[in-house]
Design a protein. Structure first.
Length: 92
């Protein structure tokens, strides 16, 4: 599977992320080139634009790095703990 990280700021919930995955042998670099060339979607959308789609594939420096390997669940919200511990960390 090839994967591509994606995130969106959801009002009142903060930054949410997804992993877009596909079975095709198409490499991520080629997919980035194809999506960068999109001028308009073939379906009507209320919120998503090609520019927003491209922007939501970009993550800040070190945002995807973590030593945590725990799975986030409703009963054990480990992601919340990561945000508390690492979300506002400032490099010194």
């Amino acid at each position: 599977m090839n994967t591509l990280p994606y995130h969106e700021n959801v009002p009142s919930f903060g930054d949410w992320g997804w992993i877009l995955a596909w079975k095709s042998g198409e490499p991520v670099a080629h997919l980035n080139e194809r999506t960068d060339a999109i001028k308009a979607f073939s379906v009507a959308t209320k919120h998503l634009t090609p520019d927003l789609f491209r922007a939501n594939r970009v993550f800040g420096k070190g945002l995807l790095k973590s030593d945590s390997t725990a799975i986030n669940t409703l009963l054990e919200p480990t992601l919340y703990e990561v945000y508390l511990r690492e979300g506002w960390a400032i490099d010194q």
